[in-house]
Design a protein around this ligand. Structure first.
Ligand SMILES: [Zn+2]
Ligand SMILES: [Zn+2]
Length: 419
């Protein structure tokens, strides 16, 4: 099982800018970057598959323990309410927002749990030596799931919720929250430890990479595409699907800009009700106080919670608006072929793609507050329709970023900068 340690030199086609390059053998810990756009065409090499396997197992154990203890508890004027992790999802479902409960469950525990189980299975298969078609089908689904796992965003959401209500009641953090934090760290570490090129080489040793591709040109100019499932370059005319993982290739000619535009317009339309309607309502001693996103920010400013007001303002107002503007600009740049500052455009795209998920903080804050603040007539919090619209805006802008084909930001040529 250690015979593969002498990793061969390979030809890679960058999935972000389509540049063809040689990837020299990587020693453990060494990553490979695209010479043109800086994209990591290969992550840090791992000595073997044991490390990601061990970290994934540890994360799974922590995930199981999250459900074993109390998450948070809340007491005011003699009334105490304790919530488990599942109560956060259940409370949204109980207030006629089952889709938000499902969203929370999927992004924080269900998808990561399935991902970790799949990583364990794939590492074991890779250690054994090869894998069948079903295993390859599973492997190609995993990386697209990574941006949708938001355990880290949920932790920030919980902290923001606690700071919001700390002056109104006594809050106690349960063991389950501490376990959840450990689980989130292990999950993030697991993403960086899976060495996909080596994993694919061991899962599918029979797949032959094309040897006739010339480095220093684009893949498109040589009739080659890079598979979005397993990163293997191939020529689609040899067969529509990737010979290694079976995923259908996304051809260069496919004009997906229209789809990105359509998603952006939908996000803009949904962002209006997300700001007009209340995101949550607080009922305290018989009086109900509905709060919009911006109303919540202003309330925090008035009560002196500047840092939390800034977090919510950036996550819920600045990030979605700048993301929509940035993507619209990139669509225009791609449509009209502005290739003179491709590196800047690429950086803008990567920032847009990375920060989008953090907008979900406000939705998680609402979910935690609804589940936690339950003191009958004394105080209760209910979700508002804006929470649903806002969650849809975040998801749709994330999908819009994923549908954008960054290869369109780059031309056919590239002059290497002389040091
Ligand atoms: Zn590149
Ligand atoms: Zn493939």
């Amino acid at each position: 099982m250690n015979s593969r340690r002498a990793l061969p030199q390979t030809i890679a086609v960058c999935s972000e800018c389509d540049w063809v390059m040689r990837v020299p053998p990587r020693a453990p810990g060494e990553a490979a970057q695209c010479v043109r756009c800086g994209h990591h065409v290969a992550p840090p090499a791992q000595a073997d598959h044991q490390r990601p396997l061990a970290w994934a197992l540890a994360a799974l154990i922590m995930l199981a323990l999250v459900f074993a203890f109390d998450f948070l508890s809340f007491s005011t004027r003699g009334v105490t309410h304790t919530m488990s992790f599942l109560d956060a999802a259940g409370a949204m479902a109980g207030h006629d927002y089952p889709s938000l409960g499902l969203l929370l469950l999927c992004t924080t525990v269900a998808l990561p749990g399935l991902y970790l189980l799949a990583v364990v299975f794939l590492c074991l298969q890779a250690i054994r030596g090869s894998a069948g078609n079903a295993t390859r089908l599973l492997a190609r689904q995993l990386r697209p799931l990574e941006p949708w796992m938001m355990a880290d965003v949920f932790i920030v959401g919980v902290l923001v919720s606690l700071i919001k209500i700390v002056t109104l009641a006594d809050i106690a953090i349960g063991p389950s929250f501490a376990v959840f934090c450990v689980y989130a760290v292990l999950l993030l570490r697991c993403f960086t430890l899976v060495d996909w090129p080596s994993l694919w080489r061991d899962l599918a040793p029979d797949a032959v990479e094309p040897t006739s591709l010339q480095p220093g040109r684009t893949g498109a100019s040589q009739g080659a595409v890079v598979c979005r499932g397993c990163d293997m370059p191939f020529r689609p005319r040899e067969g529509e699907r990737c010979p290694r993982c079976g995923r259908r290739s996304v051809a260069h000619a496919a004009d997906r800009l229209q789809l990105t535009w359509a998603l952006l317009v939908t996000a803009v339309i949904l962002y209006i009700p997300a700001n007009i309607y209340p995101i949550m309502s607080t009922t305290s001693l018989g009086s109900t106080d509905p709060q919009t996103i911006i109303g919540g920010v202003l309330h925090l400013v008035h009560t002196g919670s500047w840092p939390i007001a800034a977090v919510i303002f950036i996550a819920s107002i600045v990030v979605p608006i700048s993301k929509i503007i940035a993507l619209a600009w990139l669509c225009l740049a791609a449509r009209h072929g502005y290739h003179h500052d491709s590196r800047v455009q690429m950086r803008l795209y990567r920032i847009t793609e990375k920060i989008g998920r953090w907008s979900m903080i406000d939705v998680f804050v609402v979910a935690v507050l609804v589940a936690l603040v339950r003191a009958g007539a004394l105080m209760a919090i209910e979700p508002g329709p804006a929470a649903l619209c806002f969650a849809a805006v975040v998801i749709i802008t994330m999908v819009a970023a994923l549908t954008f084909d960054t290869r369109r930001l780059w031309g056919e040529t590239f002059e290497t900068e002389t040091p």
